[in-house]
Design a protein around this ligand. Structure first.
Ligand code: FES
Length: 115
C-alpha cells in the first residue's frame, strides 16, 4: 500500500492504551494512539488549550486526557469535550494487514515531509 497512504509501521509498536509520536519535518508532530479496544487514531500532538503533549496523556475510551491541565480530547474528532472549547487536527488513519497507514496528503499537506 503506497501512494496515498504513508506506512508508519506495525500495529504492535503501540501497546493498548498508549501512543507514539511521529516527527514531521518542518511540521507539527503527530501522535498515534491505540485505545484499550485496539482502535487507532492520529491527531496533532498539541492540546488545543496550551499545546500540551497529548501523546503523554491518559487514554480512556476514545478520549485522551491532557497531562498538563486535564482537558479531555476526543481521539475521533479532535474536539475538546465538556465545557472546554477547541479542536486539534485529526489525521486520517487506516489499519491494513497489521500495519498503520496515515493519509499522506494530511501529513504532507502541512507543507512538511514525514521524517
Ligand atoms: S495544555 Fe492541555 S489541558 Fe492545558
Amino acid at each position: 500500500m503506497i501512494g496515498d497512504w504513508l506506512d508508519i509501521g506495525p500495529v504492535d509498536q503501540i501497546a493498548p492504551g498508549h501512543a507514539r509520536t511521529l516527527p514531521v519535518r518542518g511540521g507539527e508532530e503527530i501522535a498515534v494512539f491505540r485505545t484499550l479496544n485496539s482502535e487507532f487514531h492520529a491527531i496533532v500532538n498539541q492540546c488545543p488549550h496550551k499545546q500540551g503533549p497529548l501523546s503523554q496523556g491518559i487514554v480512556h475510551g476514545g478520549v485522551v486526557t491532557c497531562p498538563l491541565h486535564g482537558w479531555n480530547i476526543s481521539l475521533k474528532t479532535g474536539e475538546a469535550l465538556g465545557d472546554d472549547e477547541g479542536c486539534v487536527p485529526v489525521i486520517p488513519l487506516r489499519v491494513d494487514a497489521g500495519r498503520i497507514y496515515l493519509l499522506r496528503s494530511a501529513v504532507i499537506g502541512k507543507r512538511a515531509t514525514a521524517a
